[in-house]
Ligand binder design. Structure first.
Ligand code: THU
Length: 131
């Protein structure tokens, strides 16, 4: 089962917009919220390197800002071989909202690895917030 075309196209658009003057490593992400909205995120680097924002985190920040709290599926698009896997920090950020979400890691060759947030981050930290 491949990544859904709509999410793949959106992730590619975000990939093209990545701001990566330092690493030159582009990452595009696109998620589909529970209500069906597609939201994109790209990595945005900074000359103060620690301020760099990963693509997955950019997408989650946009989702939450729009008032959405759950997503069903996310595509992470790179030109790595094999497709790049989310960093540990991104796994925790994804798990905050939707541990059961499906994650498609896709590269420019079309290679696809499909997994879930929970499989990427067993034992995620949680305070079990109520809001
Ligand atoms: N990056 C992401 O966007 N997502 C990840 O999960 C790992 C790394 C970005 C951060 C930086 O701009 C570049 O990839 C190289 O680390």
């Amino acid at each position: 089962m491949g990544a859904p075309r709509e999410l793949l196209d959106a992730a590619r658009e975000a990939f093209a917009n990545a701001y990566v003057p330092y690493s030159k490593f582009r990452v595009g992400a696109a998620l589909r919220t529970r209500s069906g909205t597609v939201i994109k995120g790209a990595n945005v680097e900074n000359s103060s390197f620690g301020l760099t924002r990963c693509a997955e985190q950019s997408a989650i920040q946009a989702m939450a800002t729009m008032g959405e709290r759950e997503f069903d599926e996310i595509v992470v698009y790179t030109d790595s071989d094999p497709p790049a896997s989310p960093c540990g920090a991104c796994r925790q950020v994804l798990a905050e909202f939707s541990p059961t979400a499906v994650v498609h890691l896709v590269n420019s060759e079309g290679d696809t690895v499909t997994t879930t947030v929970a499989d990427l981050l067993p034992g995620a930290f949680s305070l079990e917030p109520s809001a």
